[in-house]
Design a binder for this molecule. Sequence first.
Ligand SMILES: *[C@@H]1O[C@H](CO)[C@@H](O)[C@H](O)[C@H]1NC(C)=O
Ligand SMILES: *[C@@H]1O[C@H](CO)[C@@H](O)[C@H](O)[C@H]1NC(C)=O
Length: 184
Amino acid sequence: MFTQFLIFLLLFISTTAQDTFVRTLDRKMLGLDEKQEKLSHFRFYWHDVLSGQKPSSMEVVSPALKNSSTGFGLVNMIENPLTLEPQLNSKLVGKAQGFYASTSQSEVTLLMAMNFAITEGKYNGSTITILGRNPIFNKEREMPVIGGSGLFRFARGYAKLRTHWFSPTTRDAIVEYNVYVLHY
Ligand SMILES: *[C@@H]1O[C@H](CO)[C@@H](O)[C@H](O)[C@H]1NC(C)=O
Ligand SMILES: *[C@@H]1O[C@H](CO)[C@@H](O)[C@H](O)[C@H]1NC(C)=O
């Protein structure tokens, strides 16, 4: 009798232990049933500042070959300001924190991995995560929004980008971002 009870207890413990690894939740438990998924459009300018006293973008890995015309292998760490207007001193709405890396040997193409840490309005403290391919000399590029935090939980979408200004000498750039995000 006692052995049977012990076996039952062990089975019970092992099944509950398995259950805690993953379980199906009712959407209500995260308050998602009352909320309609919404589509937001954000527009801002991204400043890649490599020159001057206070660069926001720094080379942390040099290209693998010194003579590479595309800088293949280069990695820059960034904390780039996001502003409402093309001017760097216009209203700051957030920072793009992350890095970009040169990933092509035939054209200048970047792998970009960054979090838009928003600091303005009700989105202050929430983040949007971008991971994508950026062939920087194309007129228009697109990169996926792969997620987010805070008000951007469960986010998905895409960013359209266009270079507003680029200096071939310093490689400083101002890029217009239009970000379309589905979120709750
Ligand atoms: C770059 O340098 C490497 C090694 O020095 C050489 O093999 C290669 O042909 C060069 N490439 C170009 C595009 O000049
Ligand atoms: C954003 O949140 C931070 C931290 O809570 C706070 O210090 C800051 O004043 C807020 N900014 C705006 C514009 O509300």
